[in-house]
Design a protein around this ligand. Structure first.
Ligand code: ATP
Ligand code: MG
Length: 362
């Protein structure tokens, strides 16, 4: 929902690992916008694996309360999760998405014009509430010896329809925005939504997903301004790596969406470049696509751009597209100039130096 506000209150949840380095970078960028946006109050909030170890709660009640009652939106850093099951711990980001009903994870993946590498300008719309992420797993002794484990995958028409609707809305908006454009791989072109599934194998669950998304398309005349097509998830990966420029908006169930977005991130050079928002009908939370990156934590070399671009997406959702564009332009200019780049994209600069360079242009 787009609503003009006269002041903004944003919850800031750095959580774990490099989240604590890249979220402050995004905050500095938001602060540097000055009068381009209303006055922002930042509210630091706790969550994460480290918080769980310190005080026993991965997602404190107070964090949920403040977000629900006081904030216009939020930014989330990243959470490190243990690879084994720990009693009492569950991922705070998964819980936050539930509490705030952030049913979509929207991930624009685009290459910077002028930079080497494949041309990409697509948006992955990932369902955020169900699929295998309901985490219903069980393990038993197998009849013939050994063990057998099961996971339940939930797909509902309700969740599939609303994620489908969001994908078509995004495709319509993108097509509208590029109507008069002369630059960019989609300039002047008609919009397209690709439904990603595997209904040749999982005909019941993935069948329901694709039918539900199609039913949304069929129900509304205005969606006919964009095209709809389908890709099996394996073929989606293949084609995305061979000819990424053919994809505009891709909509996928939770797990496929997770996997294809990391793949798409590789196409543009680094996970450290790809932003996202967790969006529902009433709240929006920016979050870089990457995780807590324990291998580079605490070294001030994490790429802050995914986080900074997430702040831009957040502003766009909150009704400040000009400020959002301003951030993106500064980021693109710094990337293109090439003087300040973090090691993940071949440079030697620190998180702070890249952020400073972006601030200078703002
Ligand atoms: P998690 O379980 O929290 O996802 P992970 O070990 O999977 O942790 P990711 O954060 O997903 O780590 O990162 C995968 C790889 O990409 C790591 O090698 C990491 O260093 C790198 N990476 C991720 N984000 C960034 C970033 N912002 N800047 C530089 N490198 C990054
Ligand atoms: Mg990871």
């Amino acid at each position: 929902s787009v609503l003009k506000r006269s002041s903004l209150k944003l919850g800031m949840i750095p959580a774990d690992g490099i989240g604590k380095e890249v979220l402050p970078a995004a905050q500095r960028v938001l602060e540097a916008l000055g009068s381009a946006i209303p006055k922002v109050t930042f509210v630091p909030l706790l969550a994460g694996w480290e918080e769980f170890n310190a005080r026993g709660k991965a997602l404190p009640e107070e964090t949920i309360r403040v977000l629900k009652e006081e904030c216009d939106g939020a930014m989330f850093g990243s959470v490190s999760s243990p690879s084994h099951k720990v009693a009492g711990y569950s991922s705070p980001i998964v819980a936050l998405r539930k509490h705030l009903d952030l049913y979509a994870n929207v991930r624009p993946v685009s290459s910077v014009p002028g930079m080497p590498g494949p041309k990409v300008d697509m948006v992955i719309v990932r369902e955020n509430t169900e699929c295998l992420y309901i985490k219903k797993e069980e393990i038993h002794d197998a009849p013939g010896g050994g063990k057998v484990a099961y996971a339940t995958r939930q797909i509902t028409s309700y969740a599939s329809e609303r994620i489908g609707r969001m994908a078509f809305e995004i495709a319509l908006r993108r097509a509208e925005e590029r109507k008069g454009a002369t630059e960019g791989i989609w300039a002047g072109k008609e919009g397209k939504v690709t439904i990603v599934h595997k209904s040749n194998v999982l005909s019941v669950t993935d069948g329901l997903f694709r039918e539900s998304v199609r039913s949304v398309y069929d129900a509304e005349q205005r969606f006919k301004a964009v095209k709809v097509e389908e890709q099996l998830v394996d073929s989606m990966v293949y084609r995305m790596f061979r000819e990424p420029e053919i994809f505009d908006v891709a909509v996928a169930p939770n797990l496929y969406g997770d996997i294809i977005s990391d793949g798409a991130a590789a196409l543009v050079g680094s996970l450290g470049l790809v932003p996202s928002i967790n969006a529902g009908d009433n709240f929006v939370m920016g979050e870089p696509v990457h995780g807590s990156a324990p291998d580079i934590e605490g070294k001030n070399i994490a790429n802050p751009i995914a986080s900074i671009r997430s702040a831009s997406l957040l502003l766009q959702s909150l009704g400040f597209p000009e400020a959002a564009t301003k951030i993106n332009a500064a980021v693109d200019a710094v990337l293109l100039e090439g003087k300040y780049r973090t090691p993940d994209i071949g440079g030697k600069s620190t998180t702070t130096e890249v952020t400073d360079a972006i601030l200078k242009l703002l």
